[in-house]
Design a protein around this ligand. Structure first.
Ligand code: CUA
Length: 227
């Protein structure tokens, strides 16, 4: 979950988020190498006395400084495309969760099971409850089984919202009159937090998302006992 002064990604809880982090690190290393090289060249340029009054063209150096960046871009573009298509893949989901954005709360529907549906509002921070997270906790959490492919369908009723969970690598816009779809796979038990990430009005910051990832056995138990 997000904690103070965390400059990095949150730990991944899904294979796709792991891939996103790998790609981020890969691209960042390339970026650092370019920055160091260009910075060094600019620094050196200021402190030399080279003069060439008759310089008109340099075919070879122009060829080099065109082809090398082109190759560098390919090394970023190909993994990026791979990731893009992996993120769009549905992989036969076991269950479907529908989440609907409202000003300013989320509501959820488990349409596979006798239409379980509930609203999920942020709750006030209470320091007397140990497992209570300020500005992040909700009254009704999403319960999902771990180690299963889950389809999520996202829509909204009033304005655009965005259903975003960083540790799962999920970020889908919730548009009124549209139904967006994505899927994810949670690979461990735990509580995962998200927030709306489309500026949707006065209480945009106060419509968090909480997923409780539990074993499939406990999930079936929860479904059976849902009233
Ligand atoms: Cu809903 Cu921002």
């Amino acid at each position: 979950m997000p904690t103070w002064s965390n400059f990095n990604f949150q730990n991944s809880a899904s294979p796709l988020m792991e891939q996103i982090i790998f790609f981020h690190d890969h691209t960042l290393i390339i970026l650092i190498m370019i920055t160091i090289l260009v910075g060094y060249l600019m620094f050196i340029l200021f402190f030399n006395k080279f003069i060439n009054r008759f310089l008109l063209e340099g075919q070879m150096i122009e060829l080099i400084w065109t082809i090398i960046p082109a190759i560098t871009l390919i090394f970023i573009a190909l993994p990026s495309l791979r990731l893009l298509y992996l993120l769009d893949e549905l992989n036969n989901p076991l269950i479907t969760l529908k989440s609907i954005g409202h000003q300013w709360y989320w509501s959820y529907e488990y349409s596979d099971f006798n239409n379980i549906e509930f609203d999920s509002y942020m709750i006030q921070y209470n320091k007397n409850i140990p497992e209570n997270f300020r500005l992040l906790d909700v009254d009704n959490r999403i319960i999902l089984p771990m180690n299963n492919q889950i389809r999520i369908m996202v829509t909204a009723t009033d304005v655009i919202h965005s259903w975003t969970i960083p540790s799962l690598g999920v970020k889908v816009d919730a548009n009124p009159g549209r139904l967006n779809q994505t899927s994810f796979f949670i690979n461990r038990p735990g509580i995962f937090f998200g927030q709306c990430s489309e500026i949707c009005g006065a209480n945009h910051s106060f419509m968090p998302i909480v997923i409780e990832s539990i074993s499939i056995k406990n999930f079936i138990n929860w479904i059976n006992n849902y009233s």
